[in-house]
Design a protein around this ligand. Structure first.
Ligand code: WAQ
Ligand code: MG
Length: 665
């Protein structure tokens, strides 16, 4: 059935001036729906809060069915705020998050430009106006909700939202559009939004004072000048139906369910804290990765060189690993349906535990649902009130949380400072005493001082726990981790915890150690006892991956060579990266600088994560590159050059990184 676009434009004549635009809207529907939609639009025009128009144009145009595209709506969320000032600050944070380099200036531009019928199309970096007609602006048209004709007209506030959600989806689907900022020109509609491909549609409760006619839209553009015409063409002429527009997300105050009369605004802190997070440059969005981890991945429709994954050996996408997961799934089902101690234990668990233990040189192993759960389990079981845990200051969050959960006294020692550990161990006595450390520090890429730790443990009678999440498959000649890295030097740590989701490319966690200790942890590790057992597919995948790792130490060698090569390239560009493993941190310091550098890299087609508080300390933000065995040298050389450039550009006031900045940055 042919579809029609019905467009309404209402205006009011002004003496000696262009007519004043009052209202414009569009619906798309079947021939049968056309009369009702036209009537709906005429009614809208006549009842517009900006006043009665004296001219209403309604045009009805058949759409070329073949040209029509359907695009998904953006995910929507809502940020509450008490006033327009706060709202504009929220908008600024969101625009920055979306990649705008001068978000404050973007807002000023919108607030200081006289009203247009359409939107400003603005260069995201220079803020130069790019639209062909600066008095009219660019109008996004030929679009509606896919369900449009079937839905009754929405009440006022919802109508604004619905149309804006459609427009934003189309705008964010247009080539080279970075983000959109919108403030309504209806004097009484103070809610506006920021939309961007990575952010979705973010409603902001108040972007202007009630009664203010000031409104407008800015589409931020980042792309070649030659492509501007194509973007405008898409916005103005490409027929689009937007599918699955979500209902308007409510602002915290509005949601009846969350509000109880005795405690008004109980959840207001959520929006306030999110606003504060955004204002500090710490807002985090989740990019959707559309392919398995690999040297090159697709993310949000773009191909990127991936230097940001824990899949060090390239096993997550390995055909044999995937086949083993599929086989395990087919034979044993999707879920285990029970704890390991009830009905959840599979033959695969038993085998994987045996082989993991043997590979690392331990007597036994226990599987957990994640590496996080393994650290929680071991520390909570080992320690309680009256006990002492000595923990490296740069240990992973799961260790920190395990320490807290245990209830033991936690003594944090300076990073790898064995003399300090010695002093502290003399000072803090207790019933049971444990020293816990990452084997490879996940954000710094350096290796724990194993001989130093074992020495301290021996002198003070400490139980030793090492987290080998980033060490297994990564360090040691054959990937057996930290003991192999240092070579055998007497007794090793008592317990290792680790992950199946890094070098083994699967999912889940484990610990390994002496049989008696494992037997005891089976009874006392609460995250083991009270979790449903790891499902068959990741267990099967991890087992296959372990076999590949065991049979092909060349993979580990390639990873180590790539890491050394990448570090050497960086040094060639004047950046001295700390650490010595497959994790290569590039310290930026300031949160925003790290984010800006990561963004510049993404623009260059390279995915290296910006790491910020709370993952690292405030002011210690960094780029964190993670190498893979399957990276190509040419790609690494390019990535190193781009990373060095992005980093130096992002902090022009600092000289290239000096090695002594590494520790506490
Ligand atoms: N294409 C481009 N720009 C447009 C278009 C269009 N089709 N329609 C309006 N604009 C520009 C124009 O400059 C207006 O002054 C400005 O946007 C605001 O337009 O989740 O009602 O129609 O509840 O007033 C936001 C809803 C409602 C937020 C926005 O915009 C929510 C709104 P208005
Ligand atoms: Mg309007």
């Amino acid at each position: 059935m042919p579809l029609y676009s019905i467009r309404m434009r209402a205006s009011r004549a002004r003496p000696q001036a262009r007519p004043e635009h009052v209202s414009g809207a569009e619906r798309i529907g079947t021939a049968r729906a056309v009369p009702a939609l036209a009537a709906e639009l005429a009614t809208r025009a006549l009842g517009h809060p900006k006043g009665t128009p004296d001219s209403i144009h309604i045009s009805i145009e058949a759409l070329d069915e073949g040209a029509l595209v359907r695009i998904p709506a953006l995910p929507a969320r809502a940020l509450a705020c008490a006033d327009a000032g706060t709202g504009l600050r929220l908008a600024e944070g969101l625009l920055r998050e979306a990649g705008a380099t001068r978000p404050g200036a973007v807002i000023d531009l919108l607030l200081n430009t006289p009203p247009l019928r359409g939107a400003m199309l603005v260069d995201a970096d220079t803020l130069e106006r790019l639209e062909p007609d600066r008095e009219r602006g660019v109008r996004a048209t030929r679009m509606d909700m896919a369900e449009g004709a079937a839905l009754p007209p929405a009440p006022d506030g919802k109508q604004h939202y619905r149309e804006a959600a459609v427009l934003a989806a189309k705008v964010c689907a247009a080539p080279h559009i970075l983000a959109e900022l919108c403030i309504s020109d209806d004097p009484d509609y103070v809610t506006g939004y920021v939309a961007a491909p990575g952010l979705g549609y973010v409603r902001i409760q108040r972007l202007k004072e009630p009664g203010s006619p000031r409104g407008g839209r800015i589409f931020l553009y980042r792309g070649p000048r030659e492509a501007v015409a194509a973007t405008v063409g898409f916005l103005e002429r490409q027929p689009v139906l937007v599918e699955n527009v979500p209902p308007p997300p409510p602002f915290a105050e509005e949601t009846g369910a969350e509000k109880s009369p005795s405690q008004p605004g109980r959840l207001a802190f959520v929006e306030e804290e999110l606003a504060a997070i955004a204002a500090r440059g710490l807002y985090r969005s989740m990019e959707v990765c559309e392919s398995a981890p690999a040297a090159r991945v697709r993310q949000e429709g773009r191909e990127l060189l991936l230097l940001a994954s824990g899949d060090y050996l390239g096993l997550a996408g390995d055909t044999r690993v995937k086949a083993a997961a599929a086989e395990a799934l087919a034979a044993l089902g999707a879920g285990t349906g029970g704890s390991r101690l009830t009905t959840g234990t599979l033959p695969l668990h038993v085998r994987l535990e045996k082989e993991l233990a043997a590979f690392g040189g331990s007597e036994e192993a226990l599987l957990f649902s994640s590496g996080y759960a393994a650290n929680l389990g071991v520390l909570q079981a080992l320690c309680g009130r009256g006990d002492v845990i000595f923990s490296d200051e740069l240990n992973h969050a799961s260790i920190i949380d395990g320490c807290r959960l245990s209830g033991a006294q936690v003594i944090v020692y300076p990073h790898k400072d064995m003399a300090a550990l010695d002093r502290m161990a003399l000072e803090h006595q207790g019933r049971r005493r444990v020293v816990v450390s990452d084997a490879v520090f996940s954000m710094d890429g350096d290796v724990a001082d194993l001989p130093g730790l074992m020495g301290a443990a021996r002198r003070h009678g400490l139980i030793t726990v090492l987290d080998e999440a980033h060490a297994l498959g990564v360090i040691g000649r054959t990937g057996r981790g930290i003991v192999e890295h240092f070579g055998p030097t007497g007794p090793g740590p008592d317990i290792f915890t680790g992950s199946l989701s890094k070098a083994l490319g699967a999912d889940g966690g484990y610990m390994r150690g002496p049989a008696g200790l494992m037997e005891w942890l089976r009874h006392t590790g609460r995250s083991f006892v009270f979790s449903t057992a790891l499902s068959a597919a990741p267990a099967g995948a991890a087992l296959a991956a372990l076999h590949i790792l065991r049979g092909d130490p060349g993979r580990v060698a390639r990873l180590q060579e790539n890491a050394a090569f990448f570090r050497a390239c960086l040094r060639g560009h004047g950046v001295e990266p700390p650490g010595e493993t497959a994790i290569v941190p590039l310290l930026a310091g300031d949160e925003r600088q790290a984010v800006d550098a990561a963004r510049a890299l993404r623009e260059a087609g390279i995915l290296i994560s910006a790491i910020r508080y709370p993952t690292v300390a405030r002011g210690c933000a960094r780029l964190r590159a993670a190498l893979r065995a399957d990276h190509e040298r040419a790609d690494l050389a390019r990535a190193a050059a781009e990373a060095a450039r992005a980093l130096i550009r992002a902090r022009p006031e600092l000289p290239p990184q000096a090695p002594e900045t590494r520790r506490h940055c």
